[in-house]
Ligand binder design. Structure first.
Ligand code: FDP
Length: 340
């Protein structure tokens, strides 16, 4: 990863326009969508700064399409993304963790050529304790005229994504994204209200010494998963074991650590819930696309995430994501389990 000095600065908009100029046939559409997404991230970051003083803390008392408790800030973040896409015509539809059905944008009138998938507020259990949070986005091109005649046309493989990335609301606000030409990181200058390039062409280490998983679920895992975690905890100086354990409760924050330092994040399937917890289309697939662009891998343990054909918009998948050597090792344990 090349860390760049903060001055002189390359702003997100300058970077996107420069990148677009190097892509044959690019007509500015992608730049406009990315600028809307960036605006959404800035507005969420602004609201998070004063969340403790506003009415946005705590639960709404309702559950979402996933059956999970909805936090007030989940709703707020979702509303912000709906509003930033309301008055544009390129994106026809938004699919979000917070909405059971795709949201059709009136101004696009069925002619927008893109769909945006969102997890507006990732790691929501961290909201009330002032810990790291994220937002995840994924952009797909729609077939034909653009208007999604059925949900089926939205169920596209992860390898078909046009762009994907995340915001990390931590000690600073980061935007990390890929449009299929490497991974770039931008840091928000709060006073200027603009993202500036802070790391270019990020590469994940081929292996690491950190694993990130909710170990409280240990008894619920299959024997293959339990054996793999045990393997990571054994002493072996040649392979750098035991690994350190880090788990923040925010997928974006944990994957960002893995991107920078190597290792892997896991949300395994469970014996009674083999599909795991994370959603394919707006959590696992976008972060897999980004990590793969940085030289890493994303796997369900038995197959590569971005080769899966989604069966439903809110489908869940088990996930092992991070440094290639570490993900391949996890696959060895899980695949030997499935053949015994
Ligand atoms: P959350 O439900 O709080 O939004 O996406 C789901 C997610 O958080 C991830 O960010 C996080 O890694 C994981 O679930 C936490 O789930 P557990 O509490 O089950 O570990």
């Amino acid at each position: 990863m090349d860390h760049l000095p903060m001055t002189p600065c390359l702003s997100l908009s300058s970077h996107i326009y420069r990148e677009q100029a190097s892509i044959a046939g690019a007509n500015g559409e992608f730049s406009l969508i990315m600028m809307r997404i960036a605006l959404g991230g800035k507005l969420i970051a602004r609201d998070l700064r004063s969340a403790g003083l506003s009415q946005f803390m705590g639960s709404t008392g309702s559950v979402n399409v996933q059956g999970e408790e909805v936090q007030k800030f989940d709703e707020r973040a979702n509303r912000i993304f709906l509003e930033v896409f309301e008055h544009q015509v390129l994106v026809s539809t938004l699919v979000s963790e917070e909405m059971e059905k795709p949201y059709l944008i009136k101004a696009a009138d069925g002619k927008g050529k893109y769909a945006v998938f969102l997890d507006p507020m990732d790691g929501s259990s961290n909201i009330d304790v002032n810990a790291s949070l994220g937002s995840i986005f994924s952009i797909h091109r729609l077939p034909g005229e653009g208007f999604p005649a059925s949900e089926e046309v939205l169920r596209k493989k992860g390898c078909d994504q046009v762009a994907a990335g995340y915001f990390l609301y931590g000690s600073s606000v980061l935007l990390v994204y890929t449009c299929g030409h490497g991974v770039q990181q931008f840091t928000l200058d709060q006073d200027a209200g603009e993202f500036f390039l802070s790391a270019n062409n990020i590469q994940i280490p081929t292996h690491g010494n950190i694993y990130s998983v909710n170990e409280g679920n240990h008894q619920k895992w299959s024997s293959g998963t339990r054996k793999f975690i045990h393997y990571l905890q054994e002493f072996d100086s040649r392979t750098g074991r035991p690994y350190s354990s880090r788990y923040s409760g925010c997928f974006v924050a944990d994957v960002h650590r893995v991107l920078c330092k190597g290792g892997l994040y896991m949300y395994p399937g469970e014996q009674k819930k083999p599909e795991g917890k994370l959603r394919l289309m707006y959590e696992a697939a976008p972060l897999t696309f980004l990590i793969e662009q940085a030289g890493g891998l994303g796997s369900t343990g038995v197959e590569r995430v971005n080769q899966l054909t989604p069966q439903a918009l809110h489908q869940r998948v088990p996930l092992y994501i991070g440094s290639p050597d570490d993900v391949i090792k996890a696959e060895e344990f899980l695949q030997s389990e499935s053949t015994t």
